[in-house]
Design a protein around this ligand. Structure first.
Ligand SMILES: [Ca+2]
Ligand SMILES: [Ca+2]
Ligand SMILES: [Ca+2]
Ligand SMILES: [Ca+2]
Length: 195
């Protein structure tokens, strides 16, 4: 056995592929593996294989496949071992995976949700909770422009309008509002119906 493990007699290569989907078996069946461009020769312990920019990958969960192929120099015999990892997407890179992020496209690590409707403040300019960001919401914003937002119970309107959580309603919040105008709040992992 010791002879078989002698690294001088075996060359090792690796490659990492990815597949859109969280089931490696389905990925195999559909042959949907795509190259990540990460590959090379290895063999030693604790090799850094490379880094992958997940922002270039389409939204959703995906699977990574690490393939390590060992080739016996003398006989040419090969053996490939695969290892699979499911990766859960965090589109806004705020450290909260999309499945549990109340603003999947707005970075809001605090997940603050003043009105408790499941849309984080960072993506919830629907201040009157009628399902859309309209002029009626804008009027509410104007009522508390330049107001302090203490962020403590019981919450005041300014706490909700303080989209960026800097304890003040100002133009930074207005810009968040403007981006959201004429659209529904969110998207969120887990909107809830208010009573
Ligand atoms: Ca977020
Ligand atoms: Ca909310
Ligand atoms: Ca509204
Ligand atoms: Ca603010």
């Amino acid at each position: 056995m010791d002879a078989a493990r002698n690294s001088a007699e075996v060359t090792t290569t690796y490659r990492i592929d990815l597949c859109p989907g969280d089931d490696f078996y389905v990925c195999d069946q559909l042959q949907s593996w795509q190259s990540t461009g990460i590959n090379g020769q290895g063999g030693k312990e604790n090799v850094l294989l490379g880094s992958l920019n997940s922002s270039t990958i389409a939204p959703g969960d995906f699977t990574l496949r690490l393939s390590v192929t060992s080739t016996h120099t003398a006989s040419g015999r090969r053996q490939t071992i695969n290892d699979f990892h499911t990766v859960i997407k965090d589109q806004d890179h705020d450290g909260i995976i999309d499945d549990g992020d109340n603003c999947t496209l707005a970075a809001n690590p605090d997940q603050r949700d003043t009105d408790g409707d499941g849309f984080g403040n960072a993506c919830d300019a629907d201040l009157d909770n009628d399902g859309k960001v309209t002029l009626s919401d804008f009027r509410l914003l104007l009522l508390v422009m330049y107001n302090a937002a203490p962020g403590i119970e019981p919450h005041v309107l300014a706490d909700h309008v303080d989209f960026n959580n800097n304890a003040l309603v100002d133009f930074a919040d207005f810009y968040v509002f403007r981006r959201s105008f004429a659209a529904p709040p969110g998207p969120s992992c887990c909107a809830v119906a208010l009573p």
